[in-house]
Ligand binder design. Sequence first.
Ligand code: MG
Length: 159
Amino acid sequence: MKIRIGMGYDIHRLVKGEKLFLGGIHIPFSKGLLGHSDGDCLIHALADALLGALGKGDIGTFFPDTDPKYKNISSRIILQDIMERVKGEDYEISNIDSIIIAEKPKMEPHIPEMKEALCPILRISPDDLGIKAKTHEGLGDLGEGKAISAWAAVILKRS
Ligand code: MG
């Protein structure tokens, strides 16, 4: 069976005056992620992992942040588009693991809802999507709550 591995990483600044979108959902918080899109760094890490597994560049290749067309675009739409590319190459997801690194807010209560939002787009069951959340132990920009970052690893298999 032909399998392919991909990994992705992303980070966005956490600022006042933005809504917080992460893992395809809105999380009530006093700040949000700054970005050309909605700033959802977990979806962006997933998207990069998927494109990496296909050997097809990264999210910026297909959704350049210089294109006004993608201003404030929902990252769920980006993920849907990339899943069409995965399908078009005759692959499907075997499983995904991911990590959100955020000092605040607490992510763990939101993980089931993130899975509910993402699994239908990714066409996998909740058991095939790992989402883990960590703080940065107060260290550096992540630890000071200036940003949120995310890592993702994916394995694709022939569909
Ligand atoms: Mg990004």
